[in-house]
Design a protein around this ligand. Structure first.
Ligand SMILES: *[C@@H]1O[C@H](CO)[C@@H](O)[C@H](O)[C@H]1NC(C)=O
Length: 192
């Protein structure tokens, strides 16, 4: 019974179990425990009638343009098991069509601890902030959340909220001007 194959089988089975246990331990002890301390501030909101230039949906519709500041240090999220950290800024609001809406308006991937302190001033939204009904007429307010997501080399993904704005009023749409000789207003060309 004690052939070479049998012994090989026993040895690889033991090795596999050992590696699995080690991986589980690594995943457990390197799981990020991060206390949020950053801040995000959205200081300008504007609703315009626009048209996307690169996005698939080229319908003329309402877009919320925003300007925001971020000051947040994510370097505590970097340890020897951190592959990269994914950041996103998302808007949450209540609408008529859907009660709960969540729109990602900006994101960034951080690969090195040296880049982990994020400081942004007067940044614009990177992606279109649109409504399913294509109109923000019945949306009165919104909040923004800065979120992080750690992708480890080994183990499970970790998620957390770093900072949140208060409830911000969504202003009335900027009245589009109709140029002389034109029948309808020309939509603002968006950068996405
Ligand atoms: C907003 O609400 C009003 C009143 O309920 C409704 O008449 C209008 O169609 C709504 N607008 C949109 C874009 O849903």
């Amino acid at each position: 019974m004690n052939t070479i194959l049998n012994r090989l089988n026993a040895v690889t089975a033991l090795a596999t179990s050992t590696i699995l246990c080690l991986v589980a331990v690594v995943a457990l002890i390197s799981y990020p425990t991060h206390k949020p301390s950053g801040r995000v501030e959205v200081h300008s909101l504007q609703v315009v009638q626009g048209q996307a230039q690169w996005h698939m949906d080229r319908h003329v519709q309402d877009f919320v343009k925003l300007q925001f500041d971020v000051d947040a240090d994510f370097s505590p999220l970097f340890n020897w098991n951190t592959k990269q950290v994914f950041l996103s800024l998302a808007a949450q609001y209540e609408g008529k069509r859907h009660a709960a809406n969540n729109v990602v308006v900006w994101d960034r991937i951080i690969r090195r601890k040296g880049d982990a302190h994020v400081k942004l001033q007067d940044a614009n939204n990177k992606y279109g902030f649109r409504e399913v009904s294509r109109s923000f007429e019945n949306v009165t307010s919104t909040t923004f959340t800065l979120k992080w997501n750690v992708m480890p080399h080994v183990g499970i993904l970790a998620y957390g909220d770093e900072a949140r704005t208060g409830e911000l009023e969504v202003p009335k749409k900027v009245v589009p001007v109709i140029e002389e000789g034109a029948r309808r207003p020309r939509p603002e060309k968006m950068w996405f």
